[in-house]
Design a protein around this ligand. Structure first.
Ligand SMILES: [Fe+2]
Ligand SMILES: [Fe+2]
Length: 207
């Protein structure tokens, strides 16, 4: 079979749906490569900053790596703004949706709500923005993680002079994360909190 014969889903057969499922599985194997390409596309958007969105994304991931963060954090930092391409008004949610089946719940929540936390750094300058928007999440178990994510990796990563690692350095990590079985409880680890900084690992990576 090269293609199914139905034109309405309700007419499809078991055999056709099994054929399509196999196709879909093959398609999902290339998610990481599509995401990496999309990141490069980010480079065309959002001018006005001293660095592009791609530069910002890779710089965030580089800072996470140098802080000794684990792979879930690094890949989350790399992809946290990927929603800017198609969802400028809820880019955080969009990125979180992509990450959700493949990274720890902690990281998904942080990416999902980072827009509210980032407002701390610029909300005071703009009419109609609430600088303290993050306060609505007060008491959440991952609140402090998001505050740290934004302070150390997001708001700080607009520096054209920073020694940012190339995107190729992170490609194997993106592939590893998106090759995981989706929604595996061993990956999601609901409620688990991993630190953003690990001095020992950071020192190892610096050598
Ligand atoms: Fe963002
Ligand atoms: Fe960002």
């Amino acid at each position: 079979m090269e293609k199914v014969s139905f034109t309405q889903m309700k007419d499809g057969t078991k055999e056709e749906y099994e054929f399509l499922t196999a196709h879909e599985i093959d398609h999902t194997k290339h998610t990481a490569d599509r995401l990496l390409r999309a990141l490069v596309d980010l480079d065309e958007g959002l001018s006005g900053y001293q660095i592009t969105r791609l530069g910002h994304s890779v710089q965030s991931a580089t800072r996470a790596y140098r802080d000794g963060a684990d792979i879930d954090w690094i890949v989350s930092a790399l992809l946290h703004d990927i929603g800017d391409i198609y969802a400028p008004y809820n880019h955080d949610e969009y990125a979180a949706t992509i990450l959700k089946p493949f990274v720890r719940e902690q990281c998904t929540w942080v990416v999902h709500t980072h827009g509210d936390f980032q407002m701390l750094y610029y909300g005071q300058h703009l009419e109609g923005f609430d600088q303290n928007k993050r306060d609505r999440h007060k008491g959440h178990p991952y609140f402090d993680d998001n505050a740290e994510f934004c302070e150390r990796w997001d708001q700080s990563s607009f520096d054209p002079e920073y020694d940012t690692l190339p995107i190729e350095f992170f490609a194997p990590m993106v592939r590893e994360v998106f090759d995981r079985p989706p929604y595996s409880p061993d990956v999601i680890r609901a409620g688990a909190r991993e630190p953003l900084q690990n001095a020992e690992i950071a020192a190892e990576r610096a050598t």
